[in-house]
Design a protein around this ligand. Sequence first.
Ligand SMILES: Nc1ncnc2c1ncn2[C@@H]1O[C@H](COP(=O)(O)OP(=O)(O)OP(=O)(O)O)[C@@H](O)[C@H]1O
Length: 864
Amino acid sequence: MSGYTPMIQQYLSIKAEYQDAFLFFRLGDFYEMFFDDALKASKELEITLTSRDGGSQDRIPMCGVPYHAAAAYIERLIEKGYKVAICEQTEDPKQAKGVVKREVVQLITPGTVMEGKSLKENENNYLSSLEREEKHFALALTDLTTGENTVVKLASIDETVTEIYAVGAKEIVISSGFSDIILEQLQKRCAVAVSVSDEDELTEEIISYAEHISDPLLRKAFSRLYHYLKKTQMRNLQHLQKVKEYKLQQHMKIDLYSKRNLELTETIRSKDKKGSLLWLLDETKTSMGARMLKQWIDKPLLDPVEIDKRLNTVETFMNSYFEKEDLREKLKEVYDLERLAGRVAFGNVNARDLTQLRRSLEQIPSIRELVGSLKHPDAARHAEKLDPCEELTVLLSDALAEHPPISIKEGNIIRDGFDEQLDIYRNASKNGKTWMVQLEQRERQSTGIKSLKIGYNKVFGYYIEVSRANLPHLPEGRYERKQTLANAERFITPELKEKEALILEAEEKMAELEHQLFLQLREKVKTFISRLQSLAKTISELDVLQCFATVSDKRHYCKPQFTADEIRLIDGRHPVVEKVMDSQEYVPNNCLMNAERNLLLITGPNMSGKSTYMRQIALTAILAQIGCFVPAKEAYLPVFDQIFTRIGAADDLISGQSTFMVEMLEARNALAHATSRSLILFDEIGRGTSTYDGMALAQAIIEYVHKEIGAKTLFSTHYHELTILEKKLSGLENVHVKAVEDQGKVVFLHKVDRGAADKSYGIHVAELAELPEQLIQRAKKLLSKFEAAGASITREQSDVSAPQTIYPEKEQLSFFHEEEGKQEKAPSKKEMQLLKEIRELNILEMNPLEAMNELYRIQKKLKK
Ligand SMILES: Nc1ncnc2c1ncn2[C@@H]1O[C@H](COP(=O)(O)OP(=O)(O)OP(=O)(O)O)[C@@H](O)[C@H]1O
């Protein structure tokens, strides 16, 4: 290091403290980067890489961005998951002896950004920290922009990953000793930046935030997070709220796979909001409401009383159309109070922001009155919680000018009459200017030069300008020449300069005083932060509830009723598919399930609408439990504790899992955790492996769910052989999605009916997809061959009346067909042995790899 110039030495010693961040090193009007930072940043930001002499033998790589344009570059780096340390000159270069003093004033990280494009208006931006103690995890979450602080205890890595994914945490802080394996899992599944910080000491300050949290592991997680915030932000964090604990058991559990499969907040394929349930529902008018909507979708309620409170308010809004529309108009005027409170604490709001705050607050009394007048008590109770913060409104409207500028240093911020001294300066400046106008008149009269004028510029101040042609009319000696232009001369007089000094002094003092007054005002606003935060919460709730009412009204949804154990949906629809296609074309369907009939086996051709039907039930349950009306004519539903899905097309390519493995993992998750109060959707389980394997697994899974779990289950399959299970399992009912053949072509009716489907129509679908004609003809031939071979089985199955003949001890036999063209024959001893082995497998005790190995072994034996 000694070979380097003092400035580079200074750079290197600061950089050593911020190894994992880009160091933006302030040099005059630029932020410069050196060495590896420069090499990397020039690529990431597509800026020119140069070099400079730094005292060493080789020149040092360097690149830089102008300070006034830095925000956009910082944003780009943050979006890519990097951190940026802002290093400023902290002394006046003119006063400095040697190298100017420099210090890092803020470390910006993905979880701590306060502004810019990487901060989505409608989404929370969470910084998290994770602790582990044996099998338990503690997760702490802070949204620095809103000040929200929460902690949650989690019982497994699966739950933890699901929660971090669901809240969309941008960054996670862990100790240096944290398990690599867990970290790897996390990074595979969630796009989260990792930061290491070993500081976790429980200080008085931290205890004051976490006074209601007794669990030491939760406190530790918050503690680590708080230290990290202090270290990176180096400023006031006054807007941080008291830490609240939430429990997963308070909400319907939806695992990571199911959240993705059901496309709650983004679609599986394009990861877009468009096409998701969130997209369908988002009729909110404020960013705060939009953020809360996402949180609600993520955490449906379990308590019917709480759900009903929301539903009653939604219903009231639907019955009070004009009030609702009025409220929507008013909400449009309400600014993001939650994030504003955060920026007030950070000290980076300007007068325009405060004017927006004033306008927002001015809406509150009329919103309060409107909501208070609603007929239902559950709706009206929101009015009491709306605190209009009157003192603040009065203060802001007294203090702030009507249209203040963005800059807080150039005046015109404070209203006349707010501060006596400011008014004096203003008058001095105003009088001075009037005096100038009068002087112009006087000079014109005394000289007789009509075009004489008084002007102002920054270099010479006030001057008297006379055109060249009029110069002879000017009296001698009274005027001092200051500037010569092409066609005119500019003059000053002692009197003019005297007045100018008064005006400029007043203006300078005025700007300085206005700045001071504004800073004082901002300090006063700080004392309202927590009241603004509670107000923001109530406004967000109202916004989400009016949003539910708007969607429910527009799309003709009905109010769901909760039952002990019955699903009865009349004319139910899939909310998103219905919106995307013309509602006229959507075929509504019923769903009837209860304690005795809790398993629907759904058959039907490809493309007929099996998946849509299943998803529709899950989305309806979620809508009901977040307190929204549902897409049906009538809806009776139990309160589900959890939803599990195994639905095709969600191949987990990112985590490098095979399709079949994902299928098995999802099934395992459902089987291990579902209860009789859960809802399970299994879409074509087993299709990812050979027919025999697949059918065997499918039947075993159905039987397991039926006997051991009793959850409401919808199971779609192409294995028609499974429909016979209706005769054996009392809770299972066959339904099918109808299709008919019309002149050799398949027509999908999308109608769900009782009983099993008679045909698959797979070849028709292939025909629709325009596979080569020759291939289609060959497939048709092969199909008739298979059907002829299989006819005997179907006959055998269908005319057996006594269940024991359909399901003798060797019940699985009926699954086995011979290969193409051969007649069915009884299974061999070896096959029987294998079946027994499959049956005795304890899938739930195995890890996925063991399950795969086991399957592989069985398959190998069968092939021999
Ligand atoms: N009730 C309905 N009314 C109108 N159109 C529907 C309905 N249900 C489904 N569809 C249409 O049919 C398409 C196929 O539906 P879906 O994916 O649910 O079929 P599927 O039976 O699960 O197919 P596969 O077996 O190939 O997975 C949907 O994209 C939708 O356009």
